[in-house]
Write a protein that binds this ligand. Structure first.
Ligand code: C6P
Length: 409
């Protein structure tokens, strides 16, 4: 494989966490990524130089804070190929973005008795909000299953999508690693007259994503998984749809006029941003986007593909390792979930921690995936721009050691 334009050894120097924890092998970026100094500084500088509320004050630092906040929105719009920054709603995270979508569409647009189609490889954030609304508005939910290889089984998808109002699916699975063909799935949704909603929590941080090419109506992701701060996330929405949607939360900022008996909503996207937003978080997300663009998302994807291919190779050579999800690393995002003999994933993760290796163990907030696989938990290693092939070799040695320690023959 040709070498990429991304040097993880150089990149690591930008991440203070690795200077402060010399032997840290962080293989849990699917849960949350580490932060480069450029992001940490952008947040600190905001508080040092221009901290004030946005869209309210007429004084200088408030104007600067507003500019910084709205400038971050522009960066997000460009990063995902939105037509304008008016299509970018700042929220707390993917979960809040999907709750907004479920509440606004599922309660106010979909008629009682309507149908929501999801897949069996969803994170709880793309299941539970729909269940909550389905209960209130008496909606039906249908699930598209996945096959033994970890690919969506679309054999009766047309039947499921018939008369559907919404098809909401993950672009990349946080357990199986499967990258779904989002463009094709959006087209399928539209052919059936349904809206296409994409959970991009595991794709936007790791690969080029263009919402116009994809053709989605709404798309959700979190800043903290893409080098940005926690507490800031994004709901992208096609402008015409956002205009039609009812707000999710009420309060300051999301209104134009308030009278004692009614109110008029603000323009989009501010109609969806009730209360004081996470201004510093948005500024930090803007800095994270600058950083990722400096590297190039093609290079990010290529680097993670290389690490995933190596991790799959390592695990396939380890006795008693059972890997979940597609065999082909080209069809996977940068993570591998597995089980090692009958060692409980929590025991294995605790063992790996003793070797300085951080992995996640459990159901990864995707219980239906594990139920479908007939297991209760997996161990998951996930990769980002700062991970190296050398780290994967330490990971392999630790797994081999674990087999001995746990006396697996
Ligand atoms: N998955 C993981 O370790 P939040 O927590 O709102 O930023 O992201 C929720 C979410 C939604 N969809 C997918 C596909 C996800 O992977 C996640 C977050 C983390 O797998 C934390 S549970």
């Amino acid at each position: 494989m040709p070498s990429t334009g991304l040097d993880p050894h150089r990149i690591r120097q930008d991440f203070p966490i690795f200077q402060n924890n010399k032997n840290l092998i962080y293989l849990d970026s699917t849960a949350t990524s580490q932060k480069p100094v450029q992001v940490i500084e952008a947040v600190a500088e905001f508080y040092r130089k221009m901290n004030a509320n946005v869209h309210r004050g007429v004084y200088e630092i408030s104007v600067e804070a507003t500019e910084a906040y709205e400038n971050a929105r522009k960066k997000v719009a460009e990063f995902i190929g939105a037509r304008s920054s008016r299509e970018i709603v700042f929220v707390r995270n993917t979960t809040e973005a999907l709750n907004l979508a479920a509440y606004s569409l599922g309660l106010h647009r979909v008629k009682p008795g309507g149908k929501i189609v999801l897949t069996m490889m969803e994170h709880h954030s793309n299941i539970v909000p729909w269940q909550l609304i389905a209960k209130i508005n008496r909606l039906k939910t249908e699930y598209i299953p996945f096959d033994d290889q970890g690919y969506l089984d679309l054999s009766d998808a047309d039947k499921k999508l018939k008369d559907a109002d919404i098809f909401s699916f993950t672009h990349a699975s946080n357990v199986l690693g499967t990258i779904n063909d989002a463009k094709m799935l959006c087209r399928m949704a539209h052919e059936h007259g349904a809206l296409a909603i994409v959970d991009a929590a595991q794709s936007v941080p790791h690969m080029p994503v263009n919402v116009q090419e994809m053709g989605c109506d709404l798309l959700a992701f979190s800043g903290h998984k893409m080098l940005g701060p926690t507490g800031i996330g994004v709901l992208y929405g096609r402008r015409e749809l956002l205009e039609e949607m009812e707000p999710f939360q009420g309060g300051g900022e999301m209104i134009k006029e308030v009278h004692l008996d009614h109110s008029l909503w603000n323009d989009v996207p501010w109609k969806f941003e009730a209360g004081t937003p996470n201004i510093a978080g948005a500024v930090g997300l803007g800095a994270a986007i600058d950083y990722l663009r400096g590297i190039g998302m093609e290079n990010v994807r290529e680097h993670e593909h290389r690490l995933t291919a190596k991790a799959l190779e390592i695990l396939s050579e380890i006795r008693h390792a059972k890997i979940y999800g597609p065999e082909n690393p080209l069809h996977r995002c940068g993570l591998v979930s597995f089980n090692l003999a009958d060692i409980h994933p929590h025991d294995l993760a605790t063992y790996l921690d003793k070797h300085g290796i951080c992995v996640r163990a459990g159901h990864h907030c995707a219980m239906p995936i594990h139920t479908h696989l007939g297991i209760s938990a997996t161990t998951r290693a996930s990769f980002y721009i700062y991970n190296t092939e050398e780290e994967l070799e330490v990971f392999r040695d630790a797994l081999l050691q674990a087999l001995k320690t746990f006396r697996i023959q």
